[in-house]
Design a protein around this ligand. Sequence first.
Ligand code: SAM
Length: 232
Amino acid sequence: MAGSLTESLRRAPPSLHRREEFWGLAWEALGWLEQNVQRGMRTLETGAGASTLVFAASGAEHQAVTPDPDEERRVREACAARGIDDTRVTFHIGRSQDVLPKLPDSRLDLVLVDGAHGFPYPILDWWYLAPLLRAGGRMLLDDAYLSPVAAIVDYVRGSATWELEKPVSFRTACIRKLRDDDPPGEADALAAHGRMSFAYLPPARRLAASARMRVFSTRAGIWLVRKLRAPS
Ligand SMILES: C[S@@+](CC[C@H](N)C(=O)[O-])C[C@H]1O[C@@H](n2cnc3c(N)ncnc32)[C@H](O)[C@@H]1O
């Protein structure tokens, strides 16, 4: 990392958001971007900041989606101050949930989800960006310890369409799209991904509901029900 852009950002973290402190990706994740993003790659991020500087410096054809026009100004000024060419960076000023559904079809190589983090925004970002990512392309999910992001990681763990790769920092998950396919829609064990929650029921009813679902959503349970219902 020595002599790298990440290292220089780390030495003097820029203030690119409407707050004093540095609000960017973990240094390890910025370093990963610096090493893995190559000139000409088609990339997109929700949110903007230090990561945008790294995408720009790497020579990617980059798109950043943020509702704050001030961030574009600050990022472009920070690029200019460091001699980084930002001409391949396009900003879409708006909320990702409004902007992403209107983007033209594309084959993105790499995507960073780091915009709004409350429920359900990371899931919406993932949903709208998944078809725009090429098969084999990677998606970085920042703040993966938060439940809306963790839900995506949980889904990916049991999916045949995505795979979970090595995390790129202590808080940034990395998933790779294997092929185009929608998640299955059935309310079965696959949808549950091994986790069912009955917290919406009063405590006294949870145990019975949980036992019933766990038995009858397994293959053996379904087989048993069919057997019992079949005319003798
Ligand atoms: C944690 S910061 C991103 C940090 C950036 N990746 C970096 O390395 O500096 C979160 C970003 O999400 C943006 N944001 C907030 N709500 C958003 C939304 N609904 N859609 C897109 N971006 C949003 C904020 O303006 C901010 O740029």
